[in-house]
Design a protein around this ligand. Structure first.
Ligand SMILES: Cc1cc2nc3c(=O)[nH]c(=O)nc-3n(C[C@H](O)[C@H](O)[C@H](O)COP(=O)(O)OP(=O)(O)OC[C@H]3O[C@@H](n4cnc5c(N)ncnc54)[C@H](O)[C@@H]3O)c2cc1C
Length: 552
């Protein structure tokens, strides 16, 4: 892709996560079966496949048999088969194991894994089948002709902070494709533009998100067996904060721990990273980490609006898959198998479209029909009101969810609406409970043995951004930001950011302002979702920038 201004391909896939890689593999297989030779090109912004991939992960394996027919599951680099699967309710000092499986949360038969490792394996399979994979290229523009998508363009590089071209300026590459697949994962920056421009979320619920902070640890032998899985509810979250923790036992005496919190919380000073650290100090969690060594940190959002938040997924010449399509089964905290299945269904649609030489919306609508007759609908439709119910708190949500279980998902109220997460944050003056810092007074000094401040955690994510580029976090309205976001919401960006990008600073004139340390950005996208007044837009930085996850 070096000096070529325009590259032509049959299919362009943007994003090398499970959804994009499954699209590539299945498309190559389908075309081969039909004796067709087509060019399939996949572009990934991470410096290598897996470096921007973060998940729990406990994976439902069956879909891998569909994706890789004839492959024994033992060949796939899952980590361990789940042997123990418990849900535990935490208070600050105590834990109570719930004596039954909460509906949809049974993990027996599933596997623990590093999704990054799985993606590296899938990328190898895709390349064996002739897919061209280009890593370290950020795609920042959708190409349109006569209002229809005709491909996308990678980001120009060699630009200074103010947008001026430098000597090493390198224009991005135009990639023109008969079909473009948007597989950018959670809050895809191109998918977001596409959905807005073509009004693809018309009549759908607003998408809502969670943020998950995760650490990988090496622990003394015998601490946790591979395949031991624990989910926690309760402390340090309160009734009006949706979420919970996970502890997944891995091979080689490793353990993945994380806390996932719904971004519809109210307190503008709530801090998921710090809540995660406090969660680790509970006796139940800390015993899994005692004497261990912290290896890696990362954070990412996940869409959890469910069935009613899925946008229209097909348009002329383009399809949307995976998390960008909002395909996560939230009660189970699972999206990987749905990402893979959606990629496969997009691939089947794309293969037929190419063979029939018809990539129009009318032809590609078959994709949505395939989704509607697949296990994707079977898993999402019965829980279509799940997340909305919990917007009113754990107790009210639990009761509503009970009625939904009896009524096949409808509950007593039919379709429940959702609101963008930034609208649920209240002003400091309207907060009716203790702000986060007061709630956990005395608990926010991190010891750097069990608990870590954001800087230390960020250091353990391998994050890097080129200095010479326009800051990729745009404040949408500077005047409004100072008056509203800083003055009224107390600069909630400082707290919700998973990686210390936003700093509240007082300038020489005594005015408070936000400093943006874009170099720390974990690409979790929380600021694009949670900044009050829709205050911040996240765009892709230079290709190859961002975290360098090894095994997340
Ligand atoms: C904390 C956490 C825990 C989770 N636990 C589980 C679990 O236990 N089990 C489970 O099944 N699911 C789990 N999930 C959900 C699961 O990880 C996702 O559903 C799944 O990864 C979605 O796959 P995807 O391919 O759509 O997106 P992703 O995995 O996010 O991959 C998208 C890729 O696209 C790339 N990309 C994005 N934008 C661009 C661009 N403009 N240009 C080029 N490249 C781009 C990204 O760098 C990334 O590599 C979890 C998620 C989180 C955050």
């Amino acid at each position: 892709m070096n000096d070529i201004d325009t590259v032509k391909t049959d299919v362009l896939i943007i994003g090398g996560g499970p959804s994009g890689l499954a699209t590539a593999i299945h498309l190559a297989d389908k075309l081969k079966q039909k004796g067709e030779q087509k060019r399939i090109l996949l572009v990934e912004k991470g410096r290598s496949i897996g470096s921007h991939i973060l998940s729990g992960a406990v994976i439902k394996p069956a879909v891998f048999k569909e994706l890789l027919p004839g492959t024994d599951l033992s060949e796939i680099p899952f980590n361990a088969k789940v042997t123990t699967d418990k849900t535990v309710f935490l208070t600050e000092k105590r834990s109570i194991t719930i004596p039954f499986h909460i509906p949809y949360m049974n993990n027996i038969g599933n596997y623990t894994a590093s999704l990054g490792e799985i993606c590296r394996y899938l990328a190898g399979k895709a390349e064996e089948k002739g897919v061209e994979i280009y890593t370290g290229f950020a795609v920042d523009e959708i190409l349109y002709k006569d209002g229809k998508v005709i491909g996308a363009k990678t980001k120009d590089t060699g630009i200074d902070h103010n947008g001026n071209k430098l000597e090493n300026f390198q224009p991005g590459t135009r990639v023109e494709a008969k079909i473009t697949i948007f597989a950018e994962g959670t809050r895809g920056s191109l998918a977001k533009m596409l959905i807005k421009k073509l009004n693809l979320a018309k009549d759908r619920n607003e998408q809502v998100y969670s943020l998950g902070c995760k650490e990988l640890w090496s622990v003394p032998e015998g601490t946790i067996a591979p395949g031991e899985v624990y989910h926690t509810m309760g402390y340090p979250l309160q009734n009006d904060e949706f979420g919970g923790g996970f502890i997944y036992g891995l091979k080689d005496n490793r353990v993945a721990v994380g806390l996932v919190v719904g971004l519809d919380y109210k307190d503008p000073s709530f801090d998921v990273h710090d809540a995660f650290q406090i969660w680790k100090t509970t006796p139940f969690v800390s015993r899994f980490l005692k004497g261990g060594k912290f290896l890696e940190y990362g954070a990412k959002t996940l869409p959890e609006g469910g069935y009613y938040s899925i946008p229209k997924l097909f348009i002329d010449n383009a399809l949307i898959v995976g998390d960008s399509a909002g395909l996560v089964a939230m009660p189970a905290l699972k999206g990987i198998h749905l990402a893979i299945k959606s990629g496969m269904l997009a691939a089947e649609t794309a293969a037929d479209a190419l063979i029939n030489n018809d990539t129009s919306e009318n032809f590609l609508k078959k994709y949505e029909k395939l989704i509607e007759t697949s296990f994707i609908r079977d898993e999402l439709y019965p829980v279509r009101n799940f997340r909305q119910a919990f917007a009113k708190g754990l107790i009210a949500g639990g009761m509503q969810f009970g009625t939904q279980l009896i009524t096949g998902g409808a509950g007593f109220f039919g379709r429940l609406k959702s609101h963008p997460d930034y609208l649920t944050t209240v002003k400091l003056s309207e907060l009716k409970k203790k702000p986060f810092k007061e709630r956990f007074k005395g608990k926010l000094e991190f010891d750097k043995i069990l608990t870590f401040d954001k800087s230390t955690d960020v250091y353990h994510s391998g994050v890097h951004h080129d200095e010479q580029q326009v800051v990729h976090l745009h404040i949408n309205n500077q005047g409004n930001f100072n008056a509203v976001n800083i003055e009224q919401y107390g600069a909630s960006e400082v707290f919700f950011c998973s990686s210390e990008v936003y700093e509240l600073h007082t300038n020489k004139a005594g005015r408070k302002e936000i400093r943006i340390h874009a170099e720390n950005c974990m690409h979790c996208k929380t600021c694009d979702i949670k900044s009050p007044g829709d205050g911040i837009t996240w765009v892709v930085p230079n290709g190859g920038n961002g975290p360098d996850f090894q095994n997340m």
